[in-house]
Design a protein around this ligand. Structure first.
Ligand SMILES: *Cc1c(COP(=O)(O)O)cnc(C)c1O
Length: 379
């Protein structure tokens, strides 16, 4: 059996090696390392895939969130509502810009921000909502957009884990997550569903003026070289990464299917086992399984993960500490929050290997061991 890994980007690369190598080689030949043609081509192709007017590439997914918030002219003290049950990047940039993060609870079934909790957290200072499509499953965007409209709030979708996810509105319209809010952001970190071989990120919007501003901010606040109109930063996607991503974008739907196939193998194997709750699929979207995350019911998580490790099966806790309990947010009153679903999930989630290269033998081996353990055979 091939050794098990949380992600297997090497095998994935070898299958498309010729195209990737050719893309990289072309950049070397052209010597246009920064903002070369591959960057523009990739942005155009990604816009077409996403069904969005503008894709603005940048340095990474964290920058994408930061630039999005800068472009919306949020002022220090403005409140931004976001889940605590997420990767630190989402909440970190809010604090970095001296905005006030307001952490709210998630829905236990989808792991994503709870629209009712958003409603309760709105104050006159609220300016934006940052939903996270966690693990590859969409947040309830229809509700979130309705709340945003009602209260005149911006919505920045953190789509770093859900690129390619389809959201279906109740009247039947289908949109990609990341293209529904005011701005969507994503990351091309190597392990993400569309991963580069280094850092990368992008922002999405249908608003022409906002697109222009996002582009300016990512490029030192200039439209014309050496004429700086607004405060910006330096956040670029390299031509080499863009060339790689452009090749991988052509395979994204196939990659998503491979993840869904692996997830469905897990789902079937674990069905009906009371110790394991498999990831729910919301009726408004599909799931692109950036992670395959189980909720453990009355199972010792540490023991399970050491048992799996003893059998060479990696597993991960995403995330062991929610944002409101991080030391960094102590000063912002993190410990005063009462987020029962977030705490409940934090203690019970475990993620199993999921990627495009898992074969049936590996899946069989993983599921057999998880079931062995929860059924009491622990050696
Ligand atoms: C990966 C990730 C980010 C940050 O992306 P980087 O490219 O690593 O900066 C932001 N939010 C979420 C939810 C992520 O998973």
């Amino acid at each position: 059996m091939k050794p098990l890994q949380m992600v297997d980007t090497k095998t994935q690369y070898l299958k498309i090696k010729d195209d990737i190598d050719a893309g990289i080689f072309q950049v070397l030949e052209s010597a246009a390392y920064i903002n070369g043609k591959p960057v523009q081509d990739f942005a155009k192709n990604l816009s077409a895939y996403m069904g969005v007017k503008h894709t603005i590439p940048c340095g990474n997914g964290t920058d994408a969130l930061q630039i999005a918030m800068m472009a919306l002219d949020l002022k220090p003290g403005d409140e931004v509502i976001t889940p605590s049950f997420t990767y630190i990047a989402t909440t970190e940039v809010i604090a970095l810009l001296r905005l006030t993060p307001v952490f709210v609870d998630v829905d236990k079934a989808t792991f994503c921000i709870d629209p009712e909790a958003i409603r309760k957290a709105i104050t006159p200072k609220t300016k934006a909502i940052v939903p996270v499509h966690l693990y590859g499953q969409a947040a309830n965007m229809q509700e979130i957009m309705a709340i945003a409209k009602e209260h005149n709030l911006f919505v920045i979708e953190d789509n770093a884990q859900a690129i390619g996810c389809d959201y279906t509105f109740s009247e039947g319209t289908v949109k990609k997550t990341g293209t529904i809010g005011t701005i969507g952001t994503t990351s091309f970190y190597p392990s993400k569903n569309l991963g580069a071989f280094g850092d990368g990120g992008a922002m999405f919007t249908n608003d022409d003026a906002l697109a222009e501003k996002l582009k300016m901010i990512a490029n030192h606040g200039q439209k014309v070289r050496y004429y700086h109109d607004i405060v910006g930063c330096n956040s670029r996607l390299d031509s080499i990464q863009a060339a790689i991503l452009d090749v991988k974008l052509r395979h994204l739907d196939e990659y998503i299917s491979a993840r869904q196939k692996a997830a469905s193998f897990y789902d079937n194997a674990f069905a009906g086992n009371d110790s394991l709750t498999v990831p729910a699929i919301a009726d408004y979207s599909n799931h692109v399984y950036h992670q395959y995350t189980l909720i453990l019911n009355e199972v010792d998580r540490n023991e399970l993960s050491s048992y799996l490790a003893r059998h060479n099966i990696p597993s991960m806790i995403y995330y062991p500490v929610p944002a409101h309990r991080q030391k960094v947010f102590d000063a912002l009153g993190g410990s005063n929050y009462h987020l029962p679903a977030t705490d409940w999930l934090t203690e019970r989630v475990i993620s199993l290997p999921i990627h495009t290269e898992l074969d049936e033998e590996q899946l069989q081996y993983i599921t057999a061991h998880v079931l062995n353990f929860v059924n009491g055979n622990k050696d």
